[in-house]
Ligand binder design. Structure first.
Ligand SMILES: [Zn+2]
Length: 87
């Protein structure tokens, strides 16, 4: 049996553009068709799509500047997974 309405847990929700802006992180996008990839400024995406947009959803609004494909992936452009302490 499946649970139709799972409660949403805050710690499992995808980051939004507002989260990235707060952390000063841009968005990294990848084209499935031609492997073109690049970083898009979070501020530009907020201006277009609004600060509440979840990062994985951005890909649906993007188009590859190299081949025109809309088959893109987007994720936060984390500076590094090896950051030990920034405080
Ligand atoms: Zn492409």
């Amino acid at each position: 049996m499946r649970h139709a309405a799972m409660p949403r847990r805050p710690d499992t929700e995808p980051a939004t553009l507002a989260d990235l802006a707060r952390e000063n992180i841009n968005v990294w996008a990848w084209c499935e068709s031609c492997c073109h990839h690049g970083v898009i400024e979070t501020a530009l995406l907020i201006a277009r799509l609004g600060p509440a947009s979840p990062v994985p959803d951005l890909a649906r609004h993007l188009r590859c500047s190299a081949c025109g494909s809309k088959d893109l992936h987007a994720r936060p452009d984390w500076p590094s997974l090896g950051v030990v302490a920034r405080h």
